[in-house]
Design a protein around this ligand. Structure first.
Ligand SMILES: Cc1cc2nc3c(=O)[nH]c(=O)nc-3n(C[C@H](O)[C@H](O)[C@H](O)COP(=O)(O)O)c2cc1C
Length: 171
């Protein structure tokens, strides 16, 4: 992937590439958001638009592109899971962001207590009940109420910054 320009300026109505580059300056973790579809098959995709919303009640959100193949399953499921990825799960992140991959066939997973698929060896897992779905332009804003959260604090997070996977670096 070509390096992004280090500076740039976007104004409303101008090229979306520059807007994406500007948004890419916000470093994030990486998650895979999953559910069981109405057909009983697992569905899921790689998502970095994850944020906490509220502690009381415990709410979080993810933004799903309306054209994503998994968007219907995820916005209609009663429950979904947010799997926070660790560095060893970069292949899973790539798989869940790539069309025509056997996402669940190639990734060890099991159903969690809320029924949504949990990816083995995730850094953290938030099992959620659907709370609300809002319109967010070309994305759905899916808000979940956390029914169970678990984590393994000994693992390092997979990060995403300026269009590339990154690792934490301590001097
Ligand atoms: C690091 C990373 C973060 C992503 N974040 C999101 C996101 O927040 N929302 C989204 O809809 N797609 C996001 N994507 C893109 C989807 O993972 C990708 O388009 C996927 O193929 C969609 O799968 P589907 O069409 O089978 O649902 C991200 C991709 C990557 C690599």
């Amino acid at each position: 992937m070509a390096d992004q320009p280090t500076t740039g300026e976007y104004r409303s109505g101008h090229d979306p590439r520059t807007l994406r580059d500007a948004l890419g300056c916000f470093a994030t973790g990486v998650t895979v958001v999953t559910c069981l579809g109405a057909d009983g098959n697992p569905a899921g995709l790689t998502v970095n638009s994850f944020t906490s919303v509220s502690l009381d009640p415990p709410l979080l959100l993810v933004c799903l592109h309306k054209m994503a193949a998994s968007a219907t399953a995820l916005t209609e499921a009663s429950h979904f899971a947010v799997n926070v990825l660790q560095t060893g799960q970069q292949p899973a992140s790539i798989r869940f962001a790539t069309r025509d991959e056997d996402r669940f066939g190639a990734t060890p997973w099991a159903c969690g207590e809320a029924g949504a698929p949990i990816l083995e060896d995730s850094l953290g897992v938030f099992e959620c009940e659907r709370y609300a779905v809002h319109n967010g332009g070309d994305h759905h804003i899916l808000i979940g109420q956390v029914v169970k959260a678990s984590f393994d604090g000994s693992l390092d997070p997979l990060l995403f910054f300026r269009g590339r996977y990154r690792r934490l670096h301590f001097d």
